[in-house]
Design a protein around this ligand. Structure first.
Ligand SMILES: Cc1cc2nc3c(=O)[nH]c(=O)nc-3n(C[C@H](O)[C@H](O)[C@H](O)COP(=O)(O)OP(=O)(O)OC[C@H]3O[C@@H](n4cnc5c(N)ncnc54)[C@H](O)[C@@H]3O)c2cc1C
Length: 364
């Protein structure tokens, strides 16, 4: 939270670039277009109804990335978002001059190129929306056990453990150092798999791991732990309560969930970054919302690119077994000539399609 960040309202994406004449639906007043992207005014069903190429359900970072890339390659895209602010888990809001972040805060490799780049960095390069980034390598940490400054990376955490544990810190230090060794092959293996291939579901065995199995296993059999929760990796290894809480905190910062809900690969990626000399993290000026805003611009600056906020999809329309559009809560239908893509969770997406089309094992 910071009092000095750019107010959220200032993100309004390149409104002069919104090409009204390109919209296939009937002309809407300029103030209405602004309303679309600020979410401040609710559009009527008639104003929201139109035909486009692709409808994306949800304006999370995933949905916006997908929409911005499609728009770059010439598709007319409409993103329908339930909330009044784009960004999903990565949105922010203002109250009394303070800036609140709803989710992510740890980013790395945001200005790197090639293999070392964060996948999001590739998107921002592709849509030509560079981010203003701040690099940092120290954190000030305030926890019940005390306040300390720690460097990004793994090495200086031993000093923190010594400070917190005093003369009894020997066991904690040994556990931490053993974990560093245990994580090395996992971190190596994680760096060989594209982040997009890492998922927390059994299907990953077929779609991703089969392809990268050789690379992963070359780092040692422990690398197979990557697809399980991080809590399994540290089970039996870490008994020190402070380190356990610290790892839960790191997991929460990464995924919003503690170690038992965070995929080990995600943590291994972080360790891999932190093993590098002079490792540091990136923070976008304006917070995570600045990233969502850049992606929104990536959509709206292209012909036929629209973000409909306050627009909850309540049904995916089907024609001849194919998704043909969406029906919005409160009125309005957006027809899709080419595809409907869902950024909502699998469970939420299944609720939007006719139940007879949902596989029985999922319905149960
Ligand atoms: C507290 C917390 C901390 C985190 N920290 C980090 C971090 O430091 N670093 C990091 O890399 N990641 C972090 N993450 C994870 C990261 O935020 C998420 O992985 C990412 O933002 C998810 O994006 P998404 O597009 O997949 O989904 P979401 O952000 O969940 O977006 C889905 C969107 O779909 C919309 N939607 C759903 N159903 C409908 C519907 N029927 N109609 C219309 N819209 C709909 C939702 O409103 C939402 O906007 C953190 C997450 C949390 C919660």
């Amino acid at each position: 939270m910071s009092k000095h960040w750019r107010p959220h309202g200032s993100f309004i994406p390149n409104q002069s670039g919104i090409r009204l004449q390109q919209f296939k639906h009937k002309q809407i007043r300029r103030s209405r277009v602004d309303a679309e992207v600020t979410g401040k005014v609710r559009l009527s069903g008639e104003e929201r109804s139109h035909t486009t190429d692709v409808v994306v359900i949800g304006s999370g970072i995933g949905g916006l990335s997908c929409a911005a890339l499609l728009a770059k390659y010439g598709m007319h895209v409409t993103v329908c978002e339930s909330h009044s602010i784009p960004g999903g888990a990565a949105h922010a809001w203002q109250r009394n001059g303070y800036h609140f972040e709803s989710g992510p805060s740890l980013y790395s490799g945001m200005d790197a190129r090639g293999k070392d780049a964060n996948p999001l960095a590739h998107i921002f390069q592709a849509i030509d929306e560079p981010l203003d980034l701040i690099k940092y390598d120290t954190w000030n940490v305030i926890v019940p056990e005390g306040e300390f400054v720690t460097k990004v990376g793994n090495d200086n955490f031993v000093e923190v453990l010594k400070k917190i544990g005093g003369k009894d810190s020997g066991k904690a230090v040994a556990e931490w150092q053993a974990l560093q060794e245990h994580m090395k092959p996992l971190a190596r293996a994680a760096s060989m798999i594209p982040p997009a291939a890492i998922r927390f579901d059994p299907g990953v065995l077929v779609s991703a791991l089969r392809r990268y199995f050789g690379d992963v296993i070359s780092s040692g059999p422990s690398a197979l732990q990557l697809t399980g929760p991080f809590s399994k990796v540290i089970q039996g290894q870490i008994t020190d309560p402070f380190i356990k809480n610290w790892l839960d905190l790191l997991c929460f910062l990464l995924s919003g969930l503690p170690a038992n809900g965070t995929i080990a690969a995600e943590v291994a990626f972080m360790f891999n970054e932190w093993y590098k000399p002079n490792s540091c993290l990136d923070f976008p000026v304006g917070g995570s919302q600045a990233m969502a805003d850049a992606l929104v611009r990536g959509v709206t600056k292209r012909p036929g690119g629209r973000i409909l906020l306050n627009s909850h999809v309540e049904e995916i329309l089907m024609e001849e077994g194919k998704a043909s559009g969406v029906r919005l809560r409160g009125g309005g239908v957006v027809k899709a000539n080419k595809a409907v893509i869902s950024n909502a969770s699998v469970w939420d997406t299944f609720k939007l399609v006719p139940s007879e089309l949902v596989p029985s094992e999922v319905r149960a």
